[in-house]
Design a protein around this ligand. Structure first.
Ligand SMILES: [Fe+2]
Ligand SMILES: [Fe+2]
Length: 140
């Protein structure tokens, strides 16, 4: 993969991180009913990780000679708490898959520091995925 293609892929990842920040912020504001007691803190607790990922990606894109996107990927709409958790689960799964592919591409491009950092982000996103899955599995 060329450096340009790697920068382009990292910019898609960055747009997805901004999406995650907007998604967690919006869902935590919008969630209603008794689930609100659980989910406000759950959604908001994910935001610092995603902000850290976005900052890392933006810094790396500039270091590679690119221009970081400022536009989040669109946030899927969700009405009920279950729908919100389902959308979150999909997004976190996509993040794990994306960073798994990106880490391999970074290795191929000789960017070992980036590859290792992306592996660390896979750990974070896997944690987000698993916590969401546990909530959703027993959701009534
Ligand atoms: Fe993230
Ligand atoms: Fe995440």
């Amino acid at each position: 993969m060329s450096k340009e293609a790697l920068i382009e892929a990292l910019n898609k990842d960055l747009a997805n991180e901004y999406q995650a920040i907007v998604m967690y912020t919006t869902y935590s504001a919008a969630v209603k009913g008794s689930a609100r007691l659980q989910l406000v803190d759950f959604f908001q607790s994910e935001i610092p990780d995603e902000q850290g990922h976005a900052q890392y990606l933006a810094d790396k894109i500039v270091a590679l000679g690119g221009v970081p996107t400022t536009t989040p990927a669109p946030v899927p709409s969700a009405e009920t708490p279950r729908e919100m958790l389902e959308r979150v689960l999909e997004a976190e799964k996509k993040a794990v898959e994306g960073y798994s592919a990106r880490s391999e591409q970074a290795k191929e491009a000789g960017e070992l520091g980036l590859a290792i950092q992306l592996e660390d982000m896979i750990v974070d996103e896997t944690g987000h995925y698993e916590e969401t899955k546990k909530l959703l599995d027993e959701w009534s």
